[in-house]
Design a binder for this molecule. Structure first.
Ligand SMILES: Cc1cc2nc3c(=O)[nH]c(=O)nc-3n(C[C@H](O)[C@H](O)[C@H](O)COP(=O)(O)OP(=O)(O)OC[C@H]3O[C@@H](n4cnc5c(N)ncnc54)[C@H](O)[C@@H]3O)c2cc1C
Length: 549
């Protein structure tokens, strides 16, 4: 973190330089001395410091400056750094004005020019200012900063993207004083949010995910245009494939649309994955897998949505949303599944404003002492119920079935039963949502047709996941629900006939294109099987590459 700043501004360059020189002599070891020749220049410097999350300890301003007086400057500076101590430099004739200013701009001190010898007249004053500032400093903020509306879908999307990619950030609403200060420093208004300020102080207004990813240091573009293996999807299957592919010497790149970790990355605690007797959070598992893949030399790209697959001779070409392409000898499809939309009158309008698909862990602290509703009866919903029970007053688990027995693991059913604040609502559906700025009420209907409306601002949906494989239409064979067919399930007459062999076990209808994990038809929807299939697909890639030589 940079040293806190002491800023001095005087329109007389000679005086300005002299003050800065004396300050540097005494304070340069612990403070950065910044000098400006006008109020505007000083304000611009302060705005930059604010956006970079740095600290300002003391401001010294000359009283008589053209265009912007010292008082006007100090007043404006208070909007950016209210805790910086403020000193006015005055000539003897202006003493009265300085005394009056003590109340107007909450001045800490006025200093008469000339200030020589500084040991007697300047340093004792600055020492006192620094002491006062240290007692109540503003905190440096090295993280990315996000300013947005509390109930805004675009603001949620930005926070969710950063959280899932494990980019630490500070969140300020437009009601927070610091949020308003950041908007002022960026020269923006409430209408411009969400505002993202990078660690370097760069401002992004309502950025798209690709721009955001690139600016916060995630890799978004490939280093090469041809690879041995392209893995599409960064969940457990894709990360497993990247680790094994790269560790076995294949030039490997992984393309992820949103955030590595996939569904597993959203899990608050995976308790049945081999080797983690106390459970592991999806975020931890993802972080380890990412590091492992990178260690072996795999490239991991984020905010890269693949939109088309084409076969060009022996090359498999993948197209991105922006029209660019990447090619490889082989491809592993590991695009998993995504939650199905829940359809009920009024629900869609609150997506990102009280209605969330998946865990949305960023929202958990805001749920404290409130009633949270979760829809779904599988393990993912059960984990979410356990997770939110740490924050919410009550968690309501809404399921269509008469019990959780058929859909949830026994260990989770037992955990849920042991938490008195989790209530299971069997044979129940959400049939309506209502609210103003955000979700405020839900309508529930039980199997006998009885409806009731409950107050709640939080609904998390975990229902029937489906593959998103439309982009493979006409290229790769899929089943009626869109899952990729592999091995013996591939219909006869596929492109393999020319090779004189049947598709390998995880190979799709296109030679050299494999599928692993949840996206594969009839796969077991588990972290362990996804990782295992990712590894297994790599060994089949080797076989294919030998054959293709
Ligand atoms: C909340 C939750 C908790 C769970 N808990 C457990 C548990 O405790 N134990 C267990 O064994 N299993 C658990 N599961 C299931 C497990 O997470 C999944 O079976 C596993 O993640 C599947 O891995 P995958 O790599 O096949 O797919 P996914 O995890 O779905 O990952 C697919 C990835 O591909 C990306 N993608 C999709 N389309 C594209 C595209 N066109 N271009 C680029 N990228 C794309 C997606 O963004 C996603 O990141 C849980 C699931 C959830 C949601």
């Amino acid at each position: 973190m940079a040293k806190p700043a002491i800023l001095t501004v005087d329109d007389d360059p000679a005086v300005s330089r002299a003050v800065a020189r004396d300050l540097r002599k005494q304070y340069a070891e612990d403070y950065r001395i910044i000098r400006a020749d006008s109020g505007q220049e000083a304000l611009d410097a302060l705005k930059e410091l604010k956006l970079r999350g740095e600290q300002v300890a003391v401001l010294l301003a000359d009283y008589r400056m053209p265009n912007m007086t010292g008082l006007q400057f100090l007043e404006a500076a208070m909007d950016l750094f209210p805790r910086a101590r403020r000193v006015l430099l005055t000539a003897y004739a202006d003493t009265d004005a300085a005394i009056q200013a003590i109340n107007v701009v909450d001045l800490d001190h006025y200093l008469l020019k000339p200030w020589h010898p500084p040991e007697e007249k300047l340093y004792p004053v600055i020492d006192a200012m620094i002491e006062a500032w240290k007692a109540a400093p503003d905190r440096p903020v090295a993280d990315v900063k996000v300013v947005g509306h509390r109930w805004s879908a675009p603001s949620f999307k930005v926070r969710d993207f950063l959280a899932r990619n494990m980019v630490s950030y500070r969140w300020y609403t437009t009601d927070d004083a610091e949020g308003r200060r950041l908007l002022t420093a960026a020269g923006l208004t409430e209408a411009d949010v969400p505002l993202v300020v990078t660690q370097e102080g760069k401002t992004l207004v309502a950025p798209g995910e690709a721009e955001l990813a690139a600016q916060v240091g995630l890799t978004t573009t490939p280093a090469s245009d041809f690879y041995d293996l392209v893995v599409v999807g960064g969940g457990p299957a894709g990360l497993g494939a990247a680790v094994y592919g790269a560790s076995e010497g294949l030039r490997t790149v992984l393309l992820e649309e949103r955030a590595t970790g996939g569904q597993a990355g959203q899990s608050s605690r995976i308790e049945n994955y081999l080797g983690f007797p106390d459970g592991v959070s999806g975020a931890q598992l993802t972080d380890r897998a990412r590091r492992q893949a990178v260690k072996f030399g795999a490239e991991l790209l984020t905010a890269c949505k693949v939109t088309r697959l084409a076969v060009q001779g022996s090359a498999r070409v993948l197209h991105f949303e922006d029209g660019t392409t990447i090619a490889a000898h082989s491809v592993i499809l590991a695009t998993g599944v995504a939650y199905r939309r829940l359809h009920a009158p009024g629900l869609e309008q609150f997506h990102g404003r009280g209605v969330y698909y998946g865990s949305a862990s960023t929202e958990a602290p805001s749920c404290s002492d409130q009633d949270v509703y979760i829809v779904g009866g599988a393990n993912s919903a059960g984990q979410a119920a356990m997770f939110f029970s740490r924050y919410a007053r009550r968690v309501h688990l809404v399921i269509r079935a008469p019990s959780l027995d058929a859909s949830m693991s026994r260990y989770l059913i037992e955990q849920i039963a042991a938490v008195p604040t989790i209530v299971v609502h069997p044979c129940t559906e959400i049939v309506g949502a209502d609210g103003d700025e955000h979700l405020e009420r839900l309508t529930l209907r039980t199997v006998d047709g009885t409806e009731r409306t409950v107050d709640s601002s939080w609904l998390f949906i975990f229902i029937g996941a489906e593959p998103r494989t439309d982009w493979l239409e006409g290229v790769v064979q899929r089943d009626a629900r869109g899952f990729v067919l592999t091995g013996p399930d591939v219909a006869a007459g596929s492109d393999h006939l020319a090779l004189g062999r049947d598709p390998y076990h995880l190979e799709s209808s296109v030679p050299g294109v494999f599928a692993a994990g949840d996206v594969r038809a009839d796969s077991v929807k588990r972290v362990a099987s996804a990782v295992g299939e990712g590894a297994m697909a790599v060994s089949l890639v080797h076989r294919y590459l030998v054959e293709a030589q």
